[in-house]
Structure formats: structure tokens, C-alpha cells
Design a protein around this ligand. Structure first.
Ligand code: LIP
Length: 262
């Protein structure tokens, strides 16, 4: 009996499911979304704030002394830390593209331990607990074992936090070495696609902790290798993310060198 993780794992699964259902109802009723822009290509909808508020309310009721950090309301870190992205893939959500999700992760003393990512419009619910494997809709999932770069699929994330060259350099390097490159505008779901074996790598020169904490646990428990994302002031400041299936991890990291070398 783990008195810290056991109750939080159960709560994580039920709250993520309920939050996803709330988000899906809003997605299916676009007149309620009050879409606005935080910046160029940086979308915001009513759902982002409403879903985060719901998740915070549920977590505070059960774990009043835990720290909560969310994309929309921010927050402080702590020994027991929840990190929330209420809608990851907001641009997709706003444009009525189904590739978005609710992502909630939990870390103990800065170490990612629990993750749940629910994409309700795709009917895909991913979850993992460190040391206990990764699941999608209750079934175990595992990474791909693609053996050559000219057969691999790499997703490279783009955002306005860095110059476009940070993205374009990674794309050029990947294409030059024969990889197929995609970008689907949800870092959290990008990590699940590595975990389930649909892609071989998710890489982004900078990503926020709320985009990737849950996906780190899920991808690593499905057999992926990841860079040391949870280092430095990772929760507040984010870091680069490099996550790949083990057969091509070293080869792809060399392709992108030196971006993910540290
Ligand atoms: C998304 C991130 C991803 C980035 C996307 C977008 P959001 O977050 O998950 O890292 O590549 O452009 O920023 O804004 O949809 O929550």
C-alpha cells in the first residue's frame, strides 16, 4: 500500500475522465467557446479556463495540501505536485479538429510518477504509473521498434516561444536523414503516439511542463527513452523534450545534436 500514490492514482483517473467529458461537451457546443488569442497562433477558449477550474476544484477537495500548477492559472510547486493542461492542442480544439486532450501529471519531490491523458473526441484514454506500465483504454501499450531512420516517423513540436529556426533546423535535420516528419499541435498527445508505437520520436526545442509531464510517465512506462526533462526549474520554466523508442534513440539524438545533448 502506497499511501501517497494509491489514492492519487485513483483520483487522477476519475478526474481526468470527468474533465475530458466536460471538455468534449464544450467542443461539441462551439457557440460557448468564446475563442481568443494569447498571441499569434496561441489560442485560448472558454474551455481552457473552465476545465482547469474544474480539475483544481476536484483535486483541492481530495488533496488540499498538494501543490497545483496549471497552464491557465499558474501556481507554485511542492513536494506533491499536480501539473495540469486542461486542453492540450487548443488550436485544434478551436478549429474543431479532434486531436486534443486533457493532460494531468503528478510528481513527488520533482520526480514524475503518475500521468493520464484523455483525448475524448478520439475515445483514447492513456495512463501510467511509474513501475507499473502504460495503458490505453485499459490495454497495455508499447513503443515501436523501427530499426532504421528511413522508415521512422518523427513528430517535431512547434511553438512561438522560440524563433522559427529552432523548429526548422530540427525538421531539416530529420528530413535530410530520411525520417518522415509530422506536427500535430499537441505535445501531450505527441508523447502518447510514441508510447503506442504510431511514431518513433517526439522532439521539441522547448515545451512546458503541463504539456509533457503526464506524457513523460506514459511514454517511459511504454518503453521509450527520454532526455532529462525534469531537471533545473522544469516545472515553472519547461525544457527541451526528446523522447524516442529505444532502437533509434541514440541515432535520432545524434541527428538533432546538439539540441538535446544535455
Ligand atoms: C501545445 C503544446 C505543444 C506545442 C503546440 C501547443 P497548447 O500546447 O502542447 O508543445 O507544440 O504548438 O503550444 O497551447 O495547445 O496547450
Amino acid at each position: 500500500m502506497d499511501t501517497i500514490l494509491d489514492p492519487r492514482e485513483q483520483a487522477l483517473l476519475s478526474i481526468t475522465k470527468a474533465a475530458g467529458e466536460k471538455a468534449l461537451a464544450l467542443f461539441n457546443n462551439p457557440d460557448t467557446l468564446n475563442i481568443s488569442m494569447k498571441g499569434p497562433q496561441d489560442w485560448l477558449t472558454y474551455a481552457d479556463g473552465a476545465v482547469e477550474a474544474f480539475i483544481r476544484q476536484e483535486l483541492r477537495a481530495l488533496f488540499p495540501h498538494d501543490a497545483i500548477l496549471g497552464e491557465e492559472e499558474g501556481g507554485d510547486t511542492g513536494e506533491h505536485l499536480w501539473i495540469i493542461d486542461p486542453i492540450d492542442g487548443t488550436a485544434n480544439f478551436a478549429r474543431r479538429d479532434r486531436f486534443w486532450c486533457v493532460s494531468i501529471g503528478f510528481a513527488v519531490k520533482g520526480v514524475p510518477m503518475l500521468g493520464a491523458i484523455f483525448a475524448p473526441a478520439l475515445d483514447e484514454f492513456y495512463s501510467a504509473r511509474t513501475g507499473r506500465g502504460a495503458m490505453m483504454n485499459g490495454q497495455p501499450i508499447h513503443v515501436a521498434h523501427t530499426a532504421s531512420i528511413d522508415r521512422c516517423v518523427v513528430e517535431i513540436g512547434w511553438n512561438i516561444r522560440l524563433p522559427n529556426s529552432a523548429y526548422l533546423d530540427l525538421v531539416n535535420k530529420a528530413v535530410h536523414h530520411g525520417a518522415s516528419v509530422k506536427r500535430c499541435a499537441s505535445g501531450a498527445l505527441g508523447m502518447t503516439q510514441v508510447a503506442i508505437g504510431r511514431t518513433d520520436c517526439y522532439a521539441e526545442a522547448h515545451i512546458n511542463s503541463w504539456d509533457v509531464l503526464a506524457g513523460l510517465v506514459i511514454a517511459q512506462e511504454a518503453g521509450a527513452r527520454c532526455n532529462d526533462f525534469a531537471s533545473g526549474n522544469w516545472a515553472q520554466d519547461g525544457n527541451p523534450i526528446f523522447c524516442a523508442q529505444p532502437v533509434l534513440y541514440d541515432a535520432l539524438k545524434a541527428v538533432f545534436a546538439p539540441v538535446f545533448d544535455k
